[in-house]
Structures are given as structure tokens and as C-alpha cells.
Write a protein that binds this ligand. Structure first.
Ligand SMILES: *Cc1c(COP(=O)(O)O)cnc(C)c1O
Length: 371
């Protein structure tokens, strides 16, 4: 069996930063619950992205859930959400007993279409929050989206789970809206094995999410609760891994860009291939290199050819409005996300890939174009 090449797998620092911070947690017996690593990871991440405060949580999904709660989204409220995303963006809307309305993408960004968003507001004038996603590390067109959202006076939550290290016009994604969230799941650009972060300039609201995330314990000697609580806090061991990973984030972005540029150089000439958009205002983290196939070679042909050589690749996310669980909710369509799903494919973008690995992938793909 040939050596496995992953789409995107955990990549700890060569320097062993993560183990140093984890060891500190052991040495001081601050394994759990909180401790210096949690406080410092929050501070360091907030500083990195340029946000006033951050709350370290057990997952990106938990962060979206608490962001919705912080934005006061509750029973019966409408929340606009991109259809082209991972289900974790939409699930917390249901946890809050709110109603998602799915919004289509545009070809220019592969993210939420500002035009479809505007159209959705015409149909639903009373909306509690909008979740914007920066898919595959490509930023949504935030100026346009924020303009529409401001006009309608609605809370904005940015799901930046895939876009840590991505900047829009020089400003970090996740810091445009009222709340931003990041994920440190195993496949993300940096990982803590599992974890998430909520960021906001509203320090009072962030403090409140920390309170909810630790079972909403009132300040009392006995256990007293005036609000519903959650067990969503990140542990001090996990935060240690995060602090180490944050030190190599820039290196990871650099390698992801190298991978993207390698593919682009080698594959652009093939008939029917277009690469994910590269807008001049966007500085992506290139989390995954994705392409569109509109010629006679289909995504499934590429996926199967790579799989037979033990190489992982994936179709683009299946839109939420096409999911059995979510299809009963409304969808404002421009006919784009279905096409991206049908024709899109994410190529292996693992930062541990060597030039030889990249060569292997490219050669297998090129073979499919030989008559
Ligand atoms: C990974 C991901 C999440 C969820 O993050 P977890 O930490 O796995 O809960 C949410 N949204 C998007 C777009 C993601 O890719």
C-alpha cells in the first residue's frame, strides 16, 4: 500500500512548543479545569486576530452556539445562514430553537452572496442574526455583507472555523461582525485535537459566554444557577496545545499557499479546470485547495483515481438546503451552490506534504486528461 496522503491532518510544531505548554500544565497540576494556558491562549489568539477579547471553548460548534445565545437568538427567531457550509454552522441555530433560512453563494467568493442576502431581507424583514462563513479560508465579501446587515440592524456572527490566518483588506476574518468563531478541530489549519474560540470586541458579552460555558454558576458558595448552563469550556491541557500551534500558524499558511500555487501551476492548463477564486482584497489561508471541473473529467473520476492510490480528496460541502435534515427550511437561491457542489473538489492540502507527494497527486490527475 502506498503511503497515505491526507486532505488536512494535524501537524505539530517541529520545535515541540505544544508539548512544552502541556508539560507546564502537568508540572503545575493545572490539568483542569482552567489555568494559565487557557487565559494566555485567549489573550494570544485575540491579539493575533485583532479582537478585544476571546473565550476558549470545547469546539467551534459550541462557540457558534454561544455566539447565537449572546446575540439573543431564541425560539422562533430567524437566522440567515449560508447554504454552502459544514452542518456545524447551521446546527446551533436549531439548538436555540430558531429557524434557519439558507442563503446562496456567489461565484466571486464561493461564500454568501450579498445579492441573495439582500433578497432574503426583502422576504424576511425581521431577522435576528446573520451567520457568515469564510469557506476553505476564502473570505466572504465583508464590506458588502456588513453594509446590508447594518442597514437591517442585525447581529453578525462570522464562522471563521476554516479561516484562521485569512485577512480581508488587511483585517482578520472573524473580526468584522459582532462575534467571530474559530475551530481547532483535527482537520483545521491549526488544531488542539478539538476546541474552539469565540472572539468579540464586546468584553462584557465574552465574559458572559465564559459564564454560560462553565454551567452558569452564580457567585455563591453553594451551587446556585439563575440561568441555563453549558459545559463548553476548553481545558488547560488542550489550550497548551493551542498556544504551541499558534506559534506556527504563519508557517502553516505559507505552506498551504505553496500547495495551492503548486497545483495552480501544474493543473491550470488542463481543460475544464478552474481554481477557487482569488480576489484582490483577499489574503486567504488556503486551508484547502479547491477546484471546479466543468469539462469531461468529473470530480468523482478524480476522487476515485486518487483514492486508488491511497490519497484523500473530497467533494465541496453539500449545501444545507439539499440535506435531508434541513431541506424543510427556506432557501434563497441564485443557482450557484448546487453547481459548486456538483463540480467542486478539494485536493489534498496537508502541510506535511513533500514536493514528491504533490508530484504524485498532480501526475494522477494529469493522467485522467490523457486520451
Ligand atoms: C469545522 C467547522 C465548524 C465546527 O468546528 P468544530 O470545532 O469541529 O465544532 C464549523 N463551521 C465550519 C465551516 C467548519 O469547517
Amino acid at each position: 500500500m502506498k503511503e497515505r496522503i491526507f486532505l488536512s491532518s494535524p501537524h505539530m510544531s517541529d520545535e515541540g512548543y505544544e508539548q512544552k505548554f502541556v508539560k507546564e500544565a502537568f508540572d503545575t497540576n493545572w490539568i483542569a479545569p482552567l489555568g494559565e494556558n487557557v487565559n494566555e491562549f485567549e489573550r494570544e489568539l485575540a491579539e493575533k486576530v485583532g479582537s478585544k477579547s476571546a473565550a476558549a471553548l470545547s469546539s467551534g460548534t459550541a462557540a457558534i452556539h454561544l455566539a447565537l445565545k449572546a446575540a439573543d437568538v431564541g425560539e422562533g427567531d430567524i437566522v440567515f445562514c449560508p447554504t454552502l457550509t459544514f452542518s456545524a454552522t447551521a446546527n446551533p441555530i436549531i439548538y436555540q430553537n430558531a429557524t434557519p433560512v439558507f442563503i446562496d453563494s456567489d461565484y466571486k467568493t464561493w461564500n454568501m452572496s450579498p445579492e441573495a442576502l439582500e433578497e432574503a431581507f426583502e422576504k424576511y424583514p425581521k431577522v435576528k442574526a446573520v451567520i457568515v462563513v469564510h469557506l476553505y479560508g476564502l473570505s466572504a465579501d465583508m464590506d458588502k455583507i456588513m453594509e446590508v446587515c447594518k442597514k437591517h440592524n442585525v447581529a453578525v456572527i462570522e464562522d471563521a472555523a476554516e479561516s484562521l490566518g485569512t485577512y480581508y483588506k488587511g483585517k482578520h476574518t472573524g473580526t468584522f461582525g459582532d462575534y467571530g468563531i474559530f475551530s481547532f478541530n483535527g482537520n483545521k489549519i491549526i488544531t488542539t485535537s478539538g476546541g474552539g474560540m469565540l472572539v468579540s470586541d464586546n468584553e462584557e458579552r465574552v465574559a458572559k459566554t465564559r459564564f454560560w460555558a462553565t454551567q452558569s454558576r452564580d457567585k455563591a458558595r453553594h451551587y446556585q444557577h439563575s440561568e441555563l448552563g453549558f459545559n463548553y469550556r476548553m481545558s488547560n491541557v488542550v489550550a497548551g496545545i493551542g498556544r504551541g500551534q499558534l506559534k506556527v500558524l504563519d508557517q502553516r499558511v505559507e505552506k498551504k499557499r505553496y500547495i495551492y500555487e503548486y497545483y495552480k501551476r501544474e493543473l491550470s492548463g488542463l481543460e475544464g479546470i478552474t481554481f477557487m477564486p482569488n480576489n484582490k482584497w483577499d489574503e486567504p489561508n488556503y486551508w484547502l485547495s479547491a477546484i471546479i471541473l466543468s469539462g469531461k473529467v468529473k470530480p468523482i473520476d478524480v476522487i476515485k483515481a486518487l483514492e486508488s492510490e491511497n490519497i484523500e480528496s473530497r467533494p465541496v460541502w453539500k449545501p444545507m438546503h439539499m440535506q435531508p435534515f434541513f431541506k424543510k427550511y427556506d432557501f434563497v437561491s441564485e443557482g450557484v451552490s448546487e453547481k459548486l457542489f456538483e463540480k467542486g473538489i478539494c485536493l489534498p492540502s496537508d502541510t506535511k506534504m513533500t514536493n514528491m507527494d504533490l508530484g504524485r497527486v498532480v501526475n494522477i490527475i494529469k493522467e485522467l486528461w490523457v486520451e
